[in-house]
Design a protein around this ligand. Structure first.
Ligand code: SF4
Length: 201
């Protein structure tokens, strides 16, 4: 299935959609449509790989939890993101049927992606796409979450062994809230930016 096919499925689910070949083109587009705006980020590796904070913050007020210095600072910044005019994030998975899936430990990404902003942008690389909702959830739990746990150097079985989810009881567990977003939420603009590159986990 092509990105154009996935875009059609997303449009049926009421999202606006843009497709870009590279992260640089997507970055340029976002810098055109977002100017003099207060923007909250969803603590996303995809956004970091795009260097989106660096470009957008030259002409917007960008609030990014990745700029935090410790956990208290992270929580303060993540909370401020919830009140931003625009929220920019990624997802952990996207089905070819146009369903977005996010798995969250703290809840800031899931909370920020649903309500309270003028508009939400989801930036998604092609590696996040799976055929069905069930396969997307499997990917999120067994590929995205273990890779994230390993990146964060957590003491979880998935981070140590690196092969799959063990549905652990670790105090470091990052898989607490699973959001399966079937269609665009009411009364808020939502745009999905599909990028034909591997980005994030
Ligand atoms: S539930 Fe635990 S083992 Fe499974 S992916 Fe999340 S942190 Fe890793």
């Amino acid at each position: 299935m092509t990105l154009q096919d996935v875009a059609k499925a997303l449009e049926k689910n009421r999202y606006q959609v843009q497709i870009f070949s590279t992260k640089e083109e997507a970055n340029q587009y976002l810098n055109q449509v977002l100017d003099q705006t207060v923007i909250g980020f969803g603590d996303s590796e995809t956004l970091s790989q795009m260097k989106l904070y660096e470009s957008l913050s030259t002409h917007n007020q960008v609030i990014d939890p990745k700029q935090s210095t410790d956990n208290d600072d992270f929580l303060r910044i993540a909370k401020a993101c919830l009140a931003a005019e625009v929220f920019v994030t990624s997802v952990n998975g996207l089905s070819e049927t146009g369903v977005l899936v996010n798995l969250d430990g703290t809840g800031n990404r899931v909370a920020g992606s649903l309500f309270g902003h003028r508009k939400v942008y989801y930036i998604i690389g092609r590696n996040k796409i799976a055929p069905t909702v069930e396969q997307t959830i499997w990917r999120v739990r067994n590929i995205a979450a273990p890779q994230n746990a390993r990146r964060l150097q957590l003491r979880t079985p998935c981070a140590i062994r690196g092969d799959r989810c063990y549905n652990c009881a670790s105090s470091d567990r990052i898989c607490n809230g699973l959001l399966v977003q079937m269609k665009k939420m009411n009364d808020i603009a939502m745009e999905v930016i599909l990028i034909d590159e591997e980005l994030g986990f």
